[in-house]
Design a protein around this ligand. Structure first.
Ligand SMILES: CC(=O)N[C@H]1[C@@H](OP(=O)(O)OP(=O)(O)OC[C@H]2O[C@@H](n3ccc(=O)[nH]c3=O)[C@H](O)[C@@H]2O)O[C@H](CO)[C@@H](O)[C@@H]1O
Ligand SMILES: C=C(OP(=O)(O)O)C(=O)O
Length: 441
């Protein structure tokens, strides 16, 4: 299948779309199923390629995965066992999820083979916190030519841990390992993103004992066995924010069914400050959030990405496209990933005026200050965007390129669009249903 989308810009997005279970929860809940001794059931699973990759990994480990109607997925780990390293390596470089298999596989099989990781190229993305924590639980990590071999000859034991930074992945690693380790684990400086809290809900349904204390402290009491779970994941707040930004940048009006206010409060504050409008429909079925451009000029803002409850880094790229349409100078300080502003060059090629800086602009000094990372941006607007040929560098930048092409005058060609399937279900049909003129050449 070709990997190019032709986008005829200039038409506001109008209508209704929907988001399903969050990519960043569903993939982890699928891994958690491997900890149970009976089947688990997930609802509202999105048809995205990251889910397919995790499904492939689970199946290679003997988990039977079956689909029901409308996104239902059952994962039966009864016959889980060894997987062939060569087969696992087919998934090398495809996602970040394999690293989270360490705890479940160590508990189940006594060892784990983890292929090289993938995920978006938006910074170095080291896994030093994961490996340090695993070693403190008692695991032995050996790097091999094609990945990592991890064993735990003396079992896994609860421990006292503190993360240097509240990493989402490392917190999940520790949760998925501690729930069946012997004794108590106390984790300080944990990430507390809504997807983490939802993973804790999944694990609690399986029989885990996890206490979330104040000040980012999580305490886990290891248990001897876990069962399956039945779970309806939290909605994808990143996809919801992406559609919201698209509505604003194209001067449109989009109702995002499934979007939930509680997970998006920080985003909604910024949306209002910029001059966007939203309306929450709390109905348990068919509810969501309507996002629209109310007319008039958008206003420049200063924003800083941060861990929860801050402005999420994955919201940054779509929002910057909307900020190219705001009057004045907006400042964006990216504090989570050191290289997440490279995509702004493509926006400049379309007529935007965005300058990137090494300095920490607009707020708190972060880990990346004075380290030569272009991690702050000043966006001067409003800019009239024009069509261009664009190459997608990563998932969220990819969706941002699409938004920019939709907001621009003329016809753009966007290369590498299949990458967007990692996190946006059926995005071409969703765009078309909102009135966008997109086609495969
Ligand atoms: C699949 C998934 O859920 N991905 C999300 C997850 O990524 P992911 O779990 O990879 O992100 P982390 O929270 O771990 O990374 C945050 C920061 O910590 C650093 N770090 C992390 C681990 C480590 O061992 N050492 C280290 O230095 C990273 O380089 C980065 O600068 O959380 C991010 C932050 O909300 C989101 O952008 C991603 O969409
Ligand atoms: C950075 C992201 O994902 P991943 O961690 O899977 O690369 C993202 O979803 O924007």
């Amino acid at each position: 299948m070709n990997d190019v989308l032709v986008v005829h810009g200039g038409t506001p997005l109008h209508g209704k779309t929907r988001v399903r279970g969050a990519k960043n929860l569903v993939s982890k809940a699928m891994v958690a199923a491997l900890l149970g001794d009976s089947p688990s059931r997930l609802f509202n699973v999105p048809a995205i390629s990251d889910v397919e990759i995790v499904r492939g990994l689970m199946e290679l480990h003997g988990v039977r995965v079956t689909d029901g109607a409308d996104g239902e997925m059952v994962l039966d780990p009864t016959d889980a066992g060894e997987a062939d390293a060569d087969e696992i390596n087919v998934h090398a470089g495809s996602s970040r999820i394999p690293i989270l298999l360490c705890g479940p596989l160590l508990h189940r099989l006594g060892h784990a083979f983890i292929p090289d990781l993938g995920g978006c190229n938006i910074g170095g993305r080291p896994i030093d916190f994961h490996l340090k924590a695993l070693r403190e639980f008692g695991a032995i990590v050996d790097k091999t030519a094609s990945g990592m071999e991890i064993t735990a000859p003396n079992g896994l034991h609860g421990t006292k841990l503190s993360l240097p930074y509240p990493s989402v992945g490392a917190t999940e690693q520790i949760l998925l390992t501690a729930v069946r380790a012997e004794g108590v684990t106390e984790l300080s400086n944990a990430a507390i993103e809504p997807e983490i809290i939802d993973l804790i809900c999944v694990l609690q349904k399986m029989g885990a004992i996890i206490k979330v204390h104040t000040d980012r402290v999580i305490e886990i009491e290891g248990v001897k066995r876990l069962g399956g779970y039945v779970h309806r994941p939290i909605p994808d707040r990143i996809e919801a924010a992406s559609w919201a930004a698209a509505a604003l940048a194209t001067k449109g009006d989009v109702f995002v069914e499934g979007a939930r206010q509680a997970d998006m409060m920080t985003f909604l504050n910024t949306y209002l400050s910029v001059g966007g409008a939203f309306e929450v429909d709390d109905a348990p079925v068919g509810g969501g959030i309507r996002f629209w451009h109310p007319g008039g000029e958008l206003r420049a803002v200063a924003l800083e990405t941060d861990v929860h409850p801050g402005f999420m880094t994955d919201w940054q790229q779509p929002m910057v496209v909307a900020l190219t349409q705001a009057r004045g100078l907006s400042i964006v300080h990216e504090t989570v990933y050191e290289r997440r502003l490279g995509y702004t060059k493509a926006l400049n090629s379309m007529g935007a005026t965005i300058q990137t800086y090494r300095e920490c602009l607009g707020g708190t000094p972060c880990r990346f200050g004075r380290r030569n990372f272009m991690h702050s941006a000043v966006i001067a607007g409003p800019s009239k965007l024009h069509a261009a040929d664009l190459v997608i560098p990563d998932l969220r930048a990819g969706f941002s390129h699409l938004i920019a092409a939709l907001a621009a005058e003329g016809t753009s060609r966007v290369y590498g669009v299949n990458l967007i399937n990692r996190g946006y279900e059926d995005f071409e049909n969703k765009l078309a249903a909102l009135g966008a003129h997109v086609e495969r050449p």
